[in-house]
Design a protein around this ligand. Sequence first.
Ligand code: DX5
Ligand code: ZN
Length: 217
Amino acid sequence: MNILSPSILSADFWHLGSDIEQVQKAGAKYLHIDVMDGLFVPSISFAMPVISSMRKYTDIFFDVHLMIEKPERYIKEFAEAGADLITFHLEATEDADAVITSIRSFGKKVGITIKPGTPSEAVVPYLDKVDMVLIMTVEPGFGGQKLIPECVQKITDVRKWIEERGLNVDVEVDGGINLGNVQSIIDAGANVIVAGSAVFKDDIGANVKAFLREMNE
Ligand code: DX5
Ligand code: ZN
């Protein structure tokens, strides 16, 4: 069963609680939470206080995507705010192994991710230490961008390396995914799909159901 992780970056923050209830009711198992620091990426989003507020009211799986410099500084805070899985950028730290160990020490799942310009080979040394690899298909920083087709091969590469090693690692893809291209992303080897602007518009529940149909038929 492939998993949909709606990105609340595109939600209406006035109605955040009700937007989350709608995606969960429609069958989304994860919630993708984009944290941006204005340094690693040009934009700033939200962080711990928003996550801990949401945590009080929902048990949906919190898939936290850290787009921050030196993520090692804040792992404890994100773990305590209620993250279930913490994904960090390999480009943002000089000691990825230490970040992985830190996330594990709080009993959380570990994800690593790379920007479009970073070769897929960068994830190989960590494949047997993580729960998920996130392939970015847009430059991180903003929702609503177009998927970069050249990134799709990386999904296939990473899935192949995981299978060759007999590992149980999820492959998540984030950026520019919509109902028209999600099937090709699954076919390339992804099993966790992030979608922001394609979910949080018009009828949110209907969008989630349409994605899940496309992804699991
Ligand atoms: C971009 C974020 C994405 C973003 C995806 O930096 O990591 O999660 O919210 O939004 P869409 O699906 O609109 O490309
Ligand atoms: Zn993201």
